[in-house]
Write a protein that binds this ligand. Structure first.
Ligand SMILES: [Zn+2]
Length: 89
């Protein structure tokens, strides 16, 4: 007797990745939460404690917020990219 096996593998909608990789510590522990009512989003890393708040437009998604986060982290003046390649001449 063959049993009918219905595979319940439905993927109703394509979901965004839940976690983004952190621009600061490199782990995939960044979560973006968007609050549509207040048009704000919070991106936070549970690993290194990075936490930033952004204002979002209705069309913007978690990915956009994540981009803003990386922009912010990478543009922060912690280390200027000065070349010390020409130290020695
Ligand atoms: Zn981190």
């Amino acid at each position: 007797m063959g049993r009918k096996r219905k595979r319940v593998v439905h993927n109703p909608k394509k979901r965004l990745p839940k976690f983004f990789s952190c621009p600061k510590c490199g782990k995939e522990t960044v979560v973006v939460k968007i609050s549509r009512e207040s048009a704000r989003a919070i991106a936070g890393c549970s690993s290194c404690g990075l936490n930033e708040e952004f204002s979002v437009k209705p069309a913007q998604t978690e990915v956009d917020v994540y981009c803003m986060l990386t922009d912010k982290v990478f543009s922060s003046p912690k280390k200027k990219e000065v070349s010390n390649a020409q130290k020695k001449n």
